[in-house]
Design a protein around this ligand. Structure first.
Ligand code: ZN
Length: 146
């Protein structure tokens, strides 16, 4: 009789071992996955720093293998700069090219550093991108047909 209880006890013990083995495996895997994620994030951050450094120092003679990417970054930076200037102009300000301060558009000198302000040409009106609709297609119905 006690033999059966011993066997049952042994079985529960085995199940317990297997469960704790399994949860140990799950916990260890989760821990490793979290560390992998951390390293991947670190790689991404370092890649970003490398890219920024490369564009800042080698944009003029970038390797042909990545020159299109470097050019794209340079172009995007120029566009951002233009759009920021437009926003500033809409607010009635201009950026001092000497110190970077925002100065009222009507001022002649920077209030912060005293530099003579370079005024950009008055912002051009937005281009009319409405498609030309005056072209009448050949198969358009005409008024003289009844
Ligand atoms: Zn200034």
């Amino acid at each position: 009789m006690s033999d059966i209880f011993d066997k049952i006890g042994q079985t529960f013990s085995d199940i317990g071992d297997s469960v704790s083995e399994k949860s140990k495996y799950v916990a260890e895997t989760a821990k490793l996955n979290a560390k992998i994620l951390q390293e991947k994030s670190s790689i991404g951050s370092n890649y970003s720093d490398i890219g920024r450094y490369y564009v800042e120092h080698f944009s003029d003679n970038a390797d042909p293998g990545i020159s299109d990417k470097v050019l794209a970054v340079v172009k995007s930076k120029e566009l951002i700069c233009e759009m920021e200037s437009k926003i500033l102009a809409l607010k009635g300000y201009v950026k001092c090219t000497a110190c970077g301060a925002n100065v009222p558009f009507e001022d002649k000198f920077c209030g912060k550093c005293g530099a003579l302000l370079e005024k950009p040409a008055a912002p051009a009106p937005e281009e009319d991108i409405t498609p030309n609709v005056s072209v009448v297609p050949d198969d358009a119905p005409s008024d003289d047909k009844v």
